[in-house]
Write a protein that binds this ligand. Sequence first.
Ligand SMILES: Cc1ncc(C[n+]2csc(CCOP(=O)(O)OP(=O)(O)O)c2C)c(N)n1
Ligand SMILES: [Mg+2]
Length: 336
Amino acid sequence: MNSDQYGKGLDPSVILGLFRRMQRTRLAEERVRQICLKGGVIKCSPHLYHGQEAVAAGVCANLSKNDYLFSTHRSHGHYLAANGDLGKFFAELFGKKSGCSAGKGGSMHLIDKDVGYLGSSPIVGGSAPLAVGSALGIKHQKKNNVVVSFLGDGALEEGSTYESFNFAAVKNLPVLFVVENNGYAIFSHLETRQKYNNAYKRYEDLGVPGLRVDGNNVLKVYNKANEIITKLRSGGGPFLLECMTYRVLGHAGPHPDHQAGYRTKEEVDSWVEKCPIKNLEAYMDDKNIINQKQKQSLNDELNEQINDAVEFATNSPLPDVEDLLSDVMATGRISL
Ligand SMILES: Cc1ncc(C[n+]2csc(CCOP(=O)(O)OP(=O)(O)O)c2C)c(N)n1
Ligand SMILES: [Mg+2]
């Protein structure tokens, strides 16, 4: 990848940090995939993020402890890139009490206020309104933290997303909408759902300017998100960052799905070639930012953390029957 201009001003420690975030996500999700293939342990359906890691890593590396983020059904990558806890992550997928949602959410309902991850919603178009409400709160409190709302290209077809963009613009709220345009909503190609493939400029007249970036190039995503988030911190209004990327596994579950007939193996393979992690590795090799031995030791360290997390999740208890009605809106308040 030609990332020279994007990598140039960056300290190697930032580049290594981006690599670590992506690799942590990939290895953890690869473990999720293996566990699903064996069956029996993960009962909820995971929507894996393979191939899109640069988006979450590039954006989340710009967030501070007091910022908030909101996610979708494809939630793992956002949680892990935001430094979400591996133990709490696996425990949640295993339905255990020690999970980040106390074992009652599963893959699509993660929440962890310790890392500002105020939740993922599996309702397509469900998280942008939450993000906007949260940004309104920040504005009222005169704070300078920001909110990131991740959404898929499919969520742009929901009225709630449009309403959220409009409200954020009218109130000049510090929210970054990150559209992960992977070209599909389940089996439907974007061409069959939207007349124009132009999300980045579509909402400008509404008051939400945007730009498009190669979502498989983490250095570009990081740089653009950095510029936008810096503006948001000093009073800037909502912005849309459209990241062009691709989901290489099936919509949900551990398998590839080109045999389903809605896309070809050649198309999938062409995007596997553009793997954001391999791209960054090639760049780092070229610039002597990391050597083989260091890469191996990073992988060993991450795999060890994942082993510990899986062991923690395995040994954790299931929620008690008495827990069934706690943290449920109808019976009380979710304590945030
Ligand atoms: C309101 C609503 N309609 C339909 C669904 C079923 N559904 C789940 S994921 C999905 C596709 C979402 O596509 P996109 O937003 O592009 O995200 P991606 O899966 O590509 O990451 C749909 C239609 C849903 N969860 N919520
Ligand atoms: Mg999509």
